[in-house]
Design a protein around this ligand. Structure first.
Ligand code: GLN
Length: 249
């Protein structure tokens, strides 16, 4: 399963969590500590998204993170109040391409999915059918993650608050495709929303900042595991962790 992380706080470079920390995303790309559901490395591409002038900017590549010679200088040169980064281990049958690498983008949003949808793609037929056909025909990639992003984006564009939109999406997908792994990560540069849904997630608040990561990237004692089936919301110095309600049949 892919690994992802996000930051919200005073301006900082992503270089530490991404490349330099003892268990950075770079290390997690070839030696992750907690892989579940298949795969042993995260070598099918990576992505970094950050904010410049309030707008998201992305750098994504379909290659292993450790092969990229441009990223160290890029990461060191930028400072952002929010960023989101991911390394990918493609689910069997899904394409390896830049377009399939998180973060996905739309408006001010950046999004990542760590996991897989069970029974893909048939299990998602009914949910996908709620989207306009033009949306389906222009999906950025033929992956579960890209479809999850289109479904989430439709809710956000309809004005549903981010926390509600994410929780509803998880509940809908769990109903349609039980047992899916749905660790989602979303930011608009001012808030972070993340879910722990059958996969690892940890959170750290320190120095007026919030970090959320699949795996802690250093040995800071403040890292706290997020309980399974919970949603994390960080905004303006507040952090809440709450269970995701799903209807049991
Ligand atoms: N299923 C998604 C993909 O193939 C995410 C993969 C993962 O988390 N390993 O892109």
């Amino acid at each position: 399963m892919c690994r992802h992380l996000a930051y919200l706080g005073p301006p900082r470079s992503p270089a530490g969590p991404l490349l330099e920390a003892p268990h950075s995303l770079l290390r997690q790309s070839y030696a992750p500590a907690d892989m579940r559901g298949g795969g042993s490395v995260n070598a099918d591409g990576f992505g970094l998204g950050w904010y410049a002038g309030g707008e998201p900017v992305r750098y994504r590549r379909p290659n292993p993170l450790w092969t990229d010679s441009a990223l160290p200088a890029l990461a060191a040169s930028l400072h952002s109040t929010a960023f989101l980064a991911a390394v990918r281990s493609a689910t069997v049958g899904m394409p390896v391409a830049e377009s399939a690498c998180a973060p996905f983008e739309g408006g001010r949003w950046l999004f990542s999915h760590n996991g897989l949808v069970r029974g893909w793609p048939g299990s998602m037929a009914a949910l996908a059918g709620r989207l306009p056909v033009t949306e389906l025909l222009t999906l950025e990639a033929t992956t579960d993650s890209a479809l999850l992003w289109a479904l989430l984006r439709a809710r956000l564009d309809a004005g549903v608050p981010a926390v509600k939109a994410v929780a509803e999406l998880v509940a809908d997908v769990e109903a349609a495709a039980p047992g899916s792994r749905l660790n989602l990560l979303l930011t608009d540069g001012e808030q972070l929303v993340a879910t722990a849904w059958t996969h690892a997630l940890s959170v750290l608040t320190a120095d007026g900042a919030v970090l959320i990561a699949s795996e802690p990237f250093d040995d800071h004692p403040g890292w706290t595991p997020v309980p399974d089936r919970h949603l994390v919301h960080a905004r303006g110095g507040d952090l809440t962790v709450a269970p995701i309600e799903v209807e049991t049949p």
